[in-house]
Design a protein around this ligand. Structure first.
Ligand code: ZN
Length: 120
């Protein structure tokens, strides 16, 4: 299960942040996840709960910020339009119907914030 390994990595990173800050408890974690990252938010929440068990993240709130996918019509002959990719993903420029050359956003999978409580 893909989400389980992501949850494990998130818990590990957040633990490291808490350690660095000298905190013994993590209250919440915010993740930025791109629309096209292929992550099922509900499955990730569930996995996070399991992985957080017995760690400083036990009971921590998981906030998921979804990042909409955007693409750029550029390159040779491109019109430079930036457009929402949408769902299902369409990578063709709505203005000139060329395929996009670049995905600007939508594949993010990053730890945006770790909120800690208490300090050692
Ligand atoms: Zn275009």
């Amino acid at each position: 299960m893909h989400e389980l390994s992501i949850a494990a990595a998130v818990v590990e990173s957040a633990e490291a942040v808490a350690r660095e800050l000298g905190a013994d408890c993590v209250e919440g974690v915010t993740l930025r996840i791109g629309e096209l990252a292929g992550v099922v938010a509900d499955a990730l929440r569930f996995s996070f709960g399991l992985v957080a068990e017995g760690t400083p993240l036990h009971g921590a709130e998981l906030v998921i910020e979804e990042v909409p996918a955007r693409a750029l019509c550029g390159g040779t002959g491109g019109c430079g339009t930036e457009f929402a990719v949408g769902s299902p993903p369409g990578l063709w420029c709505p203005r000139c119907a060329r395929p996009a050359v670049e995905l600007l956003a939508g594949r993010e999978l990053e730890l945006a914030e770790v909120r800690v409580a208490g300090s050692a």
